[in-house]
Write a protein that binds this ligand. Structure first.
Ligand code: MG
Length: 365
């Protein structure tokens, strides 16, 4: 089998819900880069990547101008060699960032071809350790919600079967954050897990001062308290407070995860394959975490369908985030959470094909 054509599309898909806000972003749309690989065997591979902020055009140009010439004529079963060759087209100016994001989209399409050739969904192709995956919800804890809305949304999600919900932190006055956590804990009782997420807004001093209070409400983890580049700062915080630290959604390399893990700076490894070089590097990070007896809880939003399958095949990855359900139907064969568990896709492939109508309607480049 040889790759005969590489096509890309850029989409801008509106969220069919109120504008949602965390400490860094106010989200009304999600952008997608779709990558399609056609082959002489008649099998088509689909990959994608995403962003809340403009910038995927850079990733699209990298695919069209750097990676496509590498891909044409290649045997897709040589995936790791192909990915390496593509990566080194960006050696001097694009080892992380948008060019890497574009390459992950290509990598998913290569995996999609492999799974389709084997006629298996990704999770079965990898070798599964579970046939459903527990979910926790981020869809009700936004910073822009009032305290009453936070409580109402947490109760709605619990009624749907979730027993773990995430609340965003990072208001200008962190004392308000603590008041909101206290109010939600009081309203939903002690049997539900509460996670918290600062989206990198705090200083180390704030992390110590306010993060140390989270144990009062038995918070499961404190996520992205500070900017992700500073491992030393996270290690100091991790050793200063009792609430576990979760990081990973803005970490681009396995080496950065190694540094976090060996420094004792992370307790929940939130590796996101869309920031790494795709599935192969995600599996390497998950294996590294396993060797330190650390759970992987992948960051995910629109790409949950991918990470649910990785979780189903990774023993130390038993919990996956759920978010943005309002655009879940954009996928061919969307998957859903039932009684707190993700159901797994059954169609062969990686499962990142976007419905043609959605591509048609929201395509921008
Ligand atoms: Mg987060």
């Amino acid at each position: 089998m040889k790759i005969t054509k590489v096509a890309t599309r850029l989409l801008r898909v509106p969220l069919e819900q109120r504008t949602i806000t965390d400490s860094q972003s106010s989200v009304t749309h999600v952008e997608f880069l779709q990558v399609v690989l056609e082959t002489d065997a008649g099998v088509t591979g689909y990959g994608m990547n995403w962003s809340y902020t403009p910038g995927l055009k850079t990733a699209q140009v990298a695919v069209d101008e750097n990676y496509a010439p590498v891909l044409i004529g290649k045997d897709p079963t040589m995936r790791k060699a192909i990915t390496k060759e593509c990566f080194f087209t960006n050696h001097f100016i694009g080892r992380v960032g948008a060019t890497r994001v574009g390459l992950a989209a290509v990598e998913y399409a290569l995996w999609d071809l492999a799974c389709k050739q084997a006629e298996l969904p990704l999770w079965r192709y990898l070798g599964a350790c579970r046939d459903r995956v527990k979910a926790y919800s981020t869809d009700g804890g936004w910073l822009s919600w009032s305290q009453d809305e936070l409580i109402a949304d947490a109760k709605r999600l619990i009624d749907r079967g979730f027993d773990a919900v995430k609340i965003k932190l990072g208001r200008p006055d962190p004392r308000e954050d603590l008041q909101r956590i206290a109010a939600v804990r009081k309203a939903i009782g002690d049997d539900i897990d509460i996670m918290t997420d600062v989206n990198c807004a705090w200083t180390l001093a704030q992390g110590k001062q306010y993060g140390s209070r989270l144990q009062e409400w038995n918070v499961k983890w404190l996520e992205e308290p500070m900017k992700p580049e500073d491992v030393t700062m996270h290690a100091e915080l991790a050793h200063a407070i009792t609430t576990p630290i979760a990081v990973g959604e803005t970490i681009f390399t396995r080496e950065a995860f190694r540094d976090y893990i060996t420094a004792g700076a992370v307790h929940y490894v939130q590796a996101d394959s869309t920031k790494l070089l795709g599935i192969d590097e995600w599996l390497e990070v998950a294996g590294l975490a396993a060797s330190y007896n650390l759970p992987v809880v992948p960051h995910t939003n629109v790409q949950h369908k991918l990470h649910v399958q990785l979780a189903a095949a990774t023993p130390n990855c038993a919990l996956v985030e759920n978010c943005y359900e309002s655009i879940n139907d954009m996928w061919v064969e969307p998957i859903h959470v039932v009684d707190g568990y993700y159901q797994l896709p059954q169609e062969p492939g990686v499962g990142l094909q976007i419905r043609d109508e959605v591509v048609e309607k929201f395509g921008i480049a």
